[in-house]
Each structure stands twice: as structure tokens, then as C-alpha cells.
Design a protein around this ligand. Structure first.
Ligand SMILES: Cc1cc2nc3c(=O)[nH]c(=O)nc-3n(C[C@H](O)[C@H](O)[C@H](O)COP(=O)(O)OP(=O)(O)OC[C@H]3O[C@@H](n4cnc5c(N)ncnc54)[C@H](O)[C@@H]3O)c2cc1C
Length: 262
């Protein structure tokens, strides 16, 4: 299976990483005084996945075969835990739904494309086989935008962009970089910092959100007063659609299908 880092299925962050206030003796009294909430020590460190009652995948065999042809067998999964990780974002409502086994229509299959051509092939397959594709960046959505309609009958494919995680090039003169959409904040900054640059975009969800997710949600961050919102920072996009790839002049280097107006 593709090696893409995921958050835990039942909450925010990675398994085994916690916020601790034991070494901050003034914290609990402060919370009590400020908002009247009494903090108690954590009762459990994890939630066993065996407590999840996961609806079976409805992906037809011919669709799975096609997806494996497009993305490679290692990058296509019907694993229950992965489907749950991809079914929702991290709003309180979605986390409660997950913990209550209130799954309605969860993805039938998760795919991890590794190239723009693979994404384009997925789009064509979706049209041909009437599939529902849901792009997945870091899964930090808090607007339920990763969830399918509960009444959805068609096969749902979660398209995890996590393998598209590279800073492809940096133009040192203009300060413009070409970066793949699925890169998580820290991985992107590491690649940029190594060459003396930063994107300057730091939403609170930075650790588990992606450049593509920021663009799709018009994200704003902690230093947006200095660098601008993501809509100010991004100067051009390549968008893969079923009918072709739309791009602007700044994003011309890779073979275009058709251009959008400047
Ligand atoms: C603790 C916490 C703190 C947060 N802090 C902030 C904050 O400071 N500022 C802020 O703006 N938001 C914040 N958010 C909200 C969330 O992190 C942002 O909306 C973020 O931009 C989502 O990015 P993501 O990669 O996780 O996208 P996802 O949650 O994976 O997806 C979000 C939406 O974008 C679509 N999408 C994702 N990638 C692509 C792509 N490559 N192409 C097309 N569509 C795509 C998805 O289908 C979905 O509809 C926070 C959320 C949490 C849980």
C-alpha cells in the first residue's frame, strides 16, 4: 500500500501523540477560571478499530480492476480503516459521527494517484463508469466537504493526493515555485526551506493539511497578515477535469490540453 501518512481514524493527529498539561500546573486552574470547565486526565489513549461498524465496500470488481490498472495495485485499497479515515473531516460533528458508528455513505475505495496523468485517467474512468470522485488532501476539513451525500448510490472513490508531494521547481528570480497539490504543510516547508524559501502559509491545521486543500478552501493562516491568504499566494493552477486540463500561462511547462484565459 502506498506509504502516505494518515491521521488516526477517530480523531485529530497521529496515534500516540497527545496534548499534555501535566507539566503546566497553571493550565487546568486557568481553564476552570476562564470558561468553567474542569479538566480531567485522559481516560484512554486510543480507540480500538474493532469498535467501528464499517459498511462493506460496494466497489464492483471491474471498477477495482480498472483503478488498479490506472494507479497500480499498491495504490488502490478497500481496507476498512482507510475508508473510514477518508470518509470525513475533523469537525466535532464528523468525529462524533465516526465514534458513534454513524457512518452513512463512506468511500468504497481509496486510490493514491502518483502523477497528473493518473489523475486525468481517473477522471475519464469516473465519467465512463459513473463513479463519484472525492479529492482528499490532509482530511482536515471542518465543513463536511469530504462527505458524500448519504443517499449516494454510485461507487465512491476517495482520491488521496498524498503521493503528489513534491516541490517540482523554484524560479529563484521570480520567487515562483511549482508544487504538487498533495504535499502536507511541513513536508512542503522542509523542501522550500532547504533552498532558502518559504510559502508563508500557516493555518492552524498546517501539520495535516495540503496545498491543494488550502487552494480548494481558500485558506487563511496565522501569518496571512504578512504574506496574504492562499488566494494571494497562489499565482496559477493546473486543474484536471474530465474534459481536459485547465491551466494558466504560469503553469504551462507540462503538456497542456487546453488553456484558460489569462
Ligand atoms: C484543528 C484545525 C485547525 C484549522 N485551522 C484552519 C486555519 O487556520 N485556516 C483555515 O483556512 N482553515 C483551517 N482549518 C480548516 C482546514 O484545515 C482547511 O480547510 C484546509 O485548507 C483543508 O486542507 P486539507 O488538505 O486538509 O483538505 P481536505 O480536508 O482533505 O479537503 C477539503 C476540501 O478540499 C477538497 N480538496 C482537497 N484537496 C484537493 C485538490 N488537490 N484538488 C481539488 N479539491 C481538493 C476536498 O475534496 C474537500 O472538499 C482547520 C481545521 C482544523 C481541524
Amino acid at each position: 500500500m502506498a506509504h502516505v501518512k494518515h491521521q488516526k481514524w477517530w480523531g485529530w493527529g497521529e496515534e500516540g501523540v497527545f496534548f499534555n498539561y501535566e507539566n503546566k500546573p497553571a493550565f487546568a486552574p486557568f481553564v476552570k477560571e476562564a470558561i468553567g470547565v474542569t479538566l480531567r486526565p485522559r481516560e484512554r489513549d486510543t480507540v480500538d478499530f474493532s469498535t467501528a461498524d464499517v459498511p462493506a465496500s460496494k466497489a464492483p470488481d471491474n471498477v477495482l480492476e480498472l483503478l488498479r490498472d490506472i494507479n497500480g495495485a499498491d495504490n488502490v485499497s478497500t481496507d476498512d480503516e482507510l475508508r473510514v479515515v477518508h470518509w470525513a473531516g475533523k469537525s466535532v460533528l464528523e468525529l462524533l459521527q465516526t465514534l458513534r458508528n454513524d457512518f452513512h455513505r463512506i468511500p468504497d475505495v481509496v486510490v493514491y494517484p502518483g502523477t497528473e496523468d493518473e489523475v486525468a485517467a481517473l477522471m475519464r474512468a469516473a465519467v465512463e463508469h459513473d463513479l463519484v470522485l472525492i479529492p482528499f488532501g490532509g482530511g482536515s476539513s471542518i465543513s463536511r466537504s469530504l462527505q458524500a451525500d448519504p443517499s449516494e448510490e454510485r461507487c465512491i472513490v476517495s482520491v488521496d493526493l498524498g503521493r503528489l508531494n513534491k516541490v517540482l521547481e523554484i524560479d529563484e528570480t521570480s520567487g515562483l515555485a511549482t508544487i504538487q497539490a498533495g504535499v502536507l504543510g511541513p513536508d512542503m516547508e522542509e523542501q522550500l526551506n532547504a533552498r532558502g524559501w518559504t510559502l508563508g502559509h500557516f493555518p492552524d491545521s498546517f501539520t495535516y493539511s495540503t496545498l491543494g486543500g488550502w487552494a480548494a478552501t481558500r485558506s487563511s493562516g496565522m501569518q496571512s497578515d504578512k504574506y496574504g491568504d492562499i488566494a494571494d499566494i497562489i499565482r496559477g493552477l493546473r486543474m484536471v477535469r474530465a474534459t481536459g486540463t485547465v491551466y494558466c500561462d504560469l503553469c504551462r511547462p507540462r503538456p497542456p490540453v487546453r488553456a484558460c484565459a489569462k
